[in-house]
Design a protein around this ligand. Structure first.
Ligand code: ATP
Ligand code: MG
Length: 445
């Protein structure tokens, strides 16, 4: 993309309404624009990152054997009356009446709708296990929408639902979600720690929230510092291997890590004092096994091998896709702007032409652009007639991991400058070597 033809409305001023750094930077970098309280338009740069995050989530869910689909945002109230949640959900639910006077709602989540799809189409245990998911907009009329996309009213969520014959099978589905979430967050350059959470009115021990540690997080968390040393890394995983998935769960959840809802001082005190930490965190996902709550209320049963009608065991598993943009920026920025992890960056490499209109510089930039594109990468070429300082400031603000700077002086010696946004280190290389280095970085992801 050539910046002269793109739409990147960066702001010079720091918007006064934004209280936290990720919100400020998303506004300044021209990623989002508030449409009304807690509701945002996704401008091209923000939309690109949103799509990258979605893509990672899709890949990791499908790797785990989960099946993508798409359910609507507007739902009929009738299904929610069946589960009893139409009245229970309270003011967070946006209720709408259509022209025929029918009660509708903008879905805050999808347990009812998916359970209805299941019961209409699946009758036998032979069709299990089954895990369906989608990535769709949700609406929750939050009392206090704030911090930009972190706590929006309209937000994008991946929500997945497993249907299993037995509790053991459903717990394997739970473990598969835990593993696939660990992988997803790491690919986004994030450390998200599974912490024991509160099952709410449904209760039960089988729920974990994934938290990214950050001072601006809304959750209070308590943990054993050893947990921050754990990495999933690039280990091979067989999602059908029950014991292997279980061992990952044990590895990542055996140390103390809880949100304030389940925090227990007495148990925490057993952690050696030097390793006890209390901090704040951003919830970027949650997994939940809830047994037969919805299947019993809504008649989602299958015939088992003994010909009995039994309610299926279910769980639901969410990732806060749009919130993740804020979480990633909270975890990765400096005073100049965003520092995108390579896995989610909107463009792979910036190209800054120090002297637009100089024949040699223009030609070198075009050649770099062509070579990066041919290698399957998306460069962003700042080809505007602007001062170098302004171009650097924009690149630093929008946070592309790599920048290639091209100027007539360097070109006389056959070199361009390759700069890492993260370390700030620069090196002079031939254009070919600079391209090769950037290409190799992304190939290694
Ligand atoms: P919270 O406690 O933050 O209100 P929740 O526990 O109600 O979230 P879930 O129903 O578990 O949320 O939804 C799954 C994920 O969706 C959450 O882990 C979070 O990342 C994201 N999410 C929930 N509410 C919002 C919101 N208002 N804005 C943006 N993302 C959200
Ligand atoms: Mg939650």
């Amino acid at each position: 993309m050539r910046l002269s033809r793109y739409f990147l409305p960066v702001l010079k001023e720091t918007p006064a309404e934004a209280q936290i750094v990720s919100h400020r930077l998303m506004l300044r970098a021209g990623m989002i624009k508030q449409a009304s309280a807690g509701i945002y338009s996704w401008l091209p740069l923000g939309f690109k990152v949103l799509r990258r995050i979605e893509q990672i989530v899709h890949e990791e869910q499908q790797r785990a054997g989960h099946i993508p689909m798409l359910m609507p945002t507007l739902q009929s109230a009738d299904l929610w009356r069946e589960s009893g949640r139409y009245d229970d959900y309270g003011q967070e639910m946006l209720r709408i009446t259509d022209r025929h006077g029918r009660d509708m709602l903008y879905g805050p989540t999808n347990e009812e709708l998916i359970t209805d799809i299941f019961r209409s189409n699946v009758a036998s245990y032979k069709d299990l296990p089954l895990t369906l998911y989608h990535i769709q907009w949700k609406f929750r009329d939050e009392v206090r929408p704030r911090f930009g996309v972190m706590r929006g009213r309209e937000f994008l969520m991946k929500d997945g639902y497993n249907f299993d014959l037995t509790k053991d099978d459903a717990l394997h589905a739970y473990n598969r979600h835990l593993v696939s979430y660990l992988r997803s967050y790491e690919r986004m350059g994030l450390q998200a720690i599974p912490m024991r959470a509160d099952g709410g009115p449904i209760g039960g021990d089988y729920t974990h929230e994934f938290l990214v540690l950050a001072e601006t997080g809304e959750s209070e968390v308590f943990y054993d510092s050893e947990i921050t040393d754990l990495k999933f890394g690039d280990r091979e995983i067989d999602y059908d291997d029950v014991a292997q998935c279980q061992s990952v769960l044990e590895e990542f959840t055996s140390r103390y890590a809880r949100t304030d809802e389940t925090h227990d001082e007495a148990v925490f005190a057993e952690v050696p004092e030097a390793r006890r930490r209390s901090a704040r965190g951003i919830e970027v996902g949650q997994i939940f096994y809830f047994g037969t709550k919805y299947s019993e209320a809504m008649g989602a049963t299958v015939i088992d091998a003994e010909q009995n009608q039994v309610p299926v065991h279910m769980g639901s598993h969410g990732i806060g896709v749009s919130r993740l943009l804020g979480a990633i920026i909270e975890a990765s920025h400096d005073d100049k702007g965003i520092i995108w992890p390579e896995g989610v960056t909107p463009f792979h490499c910036g190209i800054v032409n120090l002297k637009q209109g100089d024949e040699a510089a223009d030609a070198a930039c075009d050649a770099l652009y062509g070579a990066l594109t041919a290698a399957g990468l998306e460069p962003l070429y700042d080809d505007r007639k602007e001062r170098a300082g302004g171009k650097f400031a924009t690149m630093d603000l929008i946070g592309l991991p790599w920048r290639i700077t091209v100027g007539p002086r360097g070109l006389k010696n056959g070199v361009v400058e390759l700069t890492s946004r993260k370390t700030g280190e620069s090196e002079e290389l031939t254009p070919e070597a600079a391209v090769a280095k950037v290409v190799a970085r992304y190939a290694a992801l």
